[in-house]
Design a protein around this ligand. Structure first.
Ligand code: HPA
Length: 271
């Protein structure tokens, strides 16, 4: 299926944009999809792509967007596949494998997350320094494709320390406050209980969310450099005393989106 998908996309690219080889892949999280709208040169709806699922989450557009941003060729996922939607892990990470086959060297994974670190405020941006997989399933389970990566891949530096330094310098230069920390992934779709958030803090997390870790794991396995940026859309349950809602998450992402876009565009320039 992977080769069929890559052939389908390559044909579309040839027909519309000529010899377009994306070097950067970006997964745009809830409320952060505007970057794709702004630069779109070619959009392929997921419903047309063999092997792709359709993401149903509101705030996600469900299309693969190709564009040149700051002279770099980029492929963007406007909407991702979540495990909580009922997709298998294989389907969740499939687009990352497609990106690799298309020529992508660096992926930028973004998401909306809940703040566990009490110093974080809604609409803060957080650079992901490391993650904890608490989804109780690993996307690499199953036969290993040795042409893409090792059976037992090292995960001691999933998020490139070198690129993270660049992102931090870039944010500082732009005057954008950037938190940093560890992202913990749970399956969702229910938000956490206060007890779960307390556990997250105890085991070393600064933010919690329902995505990114599967994609980061597969990107690292396949030899791509990874940058992860969370939009801290709310204080997680218990850190906050108010009930959480998806609408509030999207609202906070909207407040952050201009800063987020400015940062990502500048990061793209520096990659
Ligand atoms: N928990 C998990 N995922 C999230 C949250 C949260 O509080 N906010 C946005 N995504």
């Amino acid at each position: 299926m992977l080769n069929q998908t890559v052939d389908f996309i390559t044909d579309k690219l040839k027909g519309n944009l000529g010899n377009f080889v994306p070097e950067i892949g970006i997964v745009l999280g809830s409320g952060l999809g505007e970057l794709a709208d702004e630069y779109c040169q070619l959009a392929i709806p997921y419903s047309e792509i063999p092997g792709f699922e359709t993401s149903q989450v509101s705030g996600h557009k469900s299309r693969l967007v190709f564009a040149e941003i700051n002279e770099k060729k980029v492929v963007m996922m406007q909407g991702r596949f979540h495990y909580y939607e009922g997709h298998s892990m294989t389907k969740v990470v499939f687009p990352i494998k497609v990106m690799k086959k298309l020529g992508v060297k660096t992926v930028i994974l973004t998401n909306a997350a809940g703040g566990v670190n009490p110093a974080f405020n809604p609409s803060d941006l957080m650079l992901i320094t490391d993650h904890i997989n608490n989804m109780h399933v690993n996307p690499l389970i199953g036969p290993n494709d040795d042409s893409m990566g090792l059976r037992f891949p090292d995960m001691s530096e999933v998020y490139s320390a070198e690129l993270n330094e660049m992102v931090k310098k870039t944010a500082a230069r732009l005057g954008i406050d950037l938190q940093e920390g560890v992202y913990l992934a749970l399956t969702g779709p229910s938000y956490e209980t206060p007890a779960e958030v307390k556990m997250a803090r105890i085991i070393g997390a600064d933010a919690v969310g329902m995505s990114t870790v599967p994609e980061a794991t597969v990107a690292k396995w396949a030899g791509m450099d990874v940058i992860g940026i969370s939009c801290i859309c709310n204080s997680a349950a218990g850190v906050s005393t108010v009930a959480l809602s998806h609408e509030d998450v999207i609202r906070a992402a909207n407040i952050a989106k201009d800063r987020f876009k400015t940062l990502v565009k500048e990061v793209i320039k520096k990659i």
